[in-house]
Write a protein that binds this ligand. Sequence first.
Ligand SMILES: NC(=O)c1ccc[n+]([C@@H]2O[C@H](COP(=O)([O-])OP(=O)(O)OC[C@H]3O[C@@H](n4cnc5c(N)ncnc54)[C@H](OP(=O)(O)O)[C@@H]3O)[C@@H](O)[C@H]2O)c1
Length: 354
Amino acid sequence: MAADAAHGKIEVGILGATGTVGQRFVRLLEDHPWFSLRWVAASDRSAGKRYAEAATWQLEGAPPASAADLRLDDCTPGRAPRLVFSSMSSDVAGEIERAFAAAGHVVVSNSSSYRMTPDVPLLVPEINPGHLGLLAAQRRERGWEGALVCNPNCAAVVLVMALAPLARFGLRRVVATTFQAVSGAGYPGVPSLDALGNVIPFIRGEEEKLEPETQKILGSLDGDRVRPFPVTVSAHCNRVPSLDGHLVTASIELEERPPLEAVRAALCSFRGLPQERRLPSAPARPIHLLDAPDRPQPRRDAGLENGMATAVGRVRECPVLGYKFVALSHNVLRGAAGAAVLNAELMMSEGLLD
Ligand SMILES: NC(=O)c1ccc[n+]([C@@H]2O[C@H](COP(=O)([O-])OP(=O)(O)OC[C@H]3O[C@@H](n4cnc5c(N)ncnc54)[C@H](OP(=O)(O)O)[C@@H]3O)[C@@H](O)[C@H]2O)c1
C-alpha cells in the first residue's frame, strides 16, 4: 500500500468527501498518525472543484489545509490510493464501492448497500474483530484484488454497543426506541420546517436495519459465513431536532436473571481489541456508565472520548422484559466516520493493509 514518503503514513482517499460524514473523515484524518489524506471524490457536481470550494463546510473553523486545496475527482477507480473510505449517498454507493473493490481498492464503507451481504464483515472492532475472517472468502469467491468492509447503521451501533456486554447473559428480546439527530440525514437533510419543534416518527428503511444488523454483529463466524445471534429486536425510529447523537431507550429480556449490579458491571468493564492494542481512534472505555438520573443527553454526552464512546445510563428493572436502559452514541463519529477509521486501524493492526 502506497506510503506517504515524508511521514511513513499510508495514503488514503474519501469517496463522498463533501458530505456530512465525508467532512468528519477530513477532520479525523487531518492529524491521523497512520493515514494521510491524498485524494477526495464526490459527485459530478463537485468534480474538478477545490475541496474548500465544493464542500458546504459544517464543522467548526475552516476545512483543514491538508484538504482545502485538493481537487475533487469523480468516483471512478484508478487514480485513488488503495485504501478509500466511503461516505457516498446510499443510492449510488453500491455500484461504485463494488467497482472500487474489484479494481483492487480496500473500501471501508458507511453505506448500507453491503452491510448484510454474507461475505462482507459488518465490523465493530470491540465486538466482532474476528469477522474480518470473511475477507478471505470475499477475495476467493469474487476474485477481488481489493476488499469491502462496512460499519453498522448509526442507530444500530448505539444499541449493539450496549447489548454486546450483556449477550453473555443470554440475550433474547429487545424493544428499542430511537431519538435520532438531524445530522443523521446528511446535508441538507431534513427540511427545518419539518424538524424544528417536532418529532417525526418515521425514518425510511431504518427500523428494518436494526434487527438483522444486531444479529449479524453479535453473530459468530462459521466458516465463510456469520451465524446470526438469536435475538429478536423490535424498533421504533424517530427523528428529533437534536444536532448530533442518536439516543436509544431499550427494554431487554435476558435468559439468566443477573442482579442489576452484574448488568452494570458488565457494561462498565467492557473492553475489546482496540483498547488492548491502543488503536489511535479507540476510546479508552467504549462504554461510559453514567449515574445521573437524567443522562445521557445528546448535547452533553455525544462527544465523550472524541465521540467514540457510548454513554449508557438509567440501568434499571423493567416490569415487562426485565431490564431497561438509555444509550447514546455520536452518529457521525462512532456511527459513521470514526467507526470506519477505527475499522481501518484494526485492519492495519491485523496486517490486512500490507
Ligand atoms: N450522517 C450520518 O450520521 C450517517 C451515519 C451512518 C451512515 N451514513 C451513511 O453515509 C453516507 C453519507 O451520508 P451523509 O450523511 O454524509 O450524506 P450527505 O451529507 O448527503 O453526503 C453525500 C455525499 O455523497 C456524494 N454523492 C452524491 N451523489 C453522488 C454520486 N452520484 N456519485 C458520487 N458521489 C455522490 C455527495 O457529493 P456532492 O457534494 O458532490 O453532492 C456527498 O459527498 C450515506 O450512505 C449514509 O447512509 C450517514
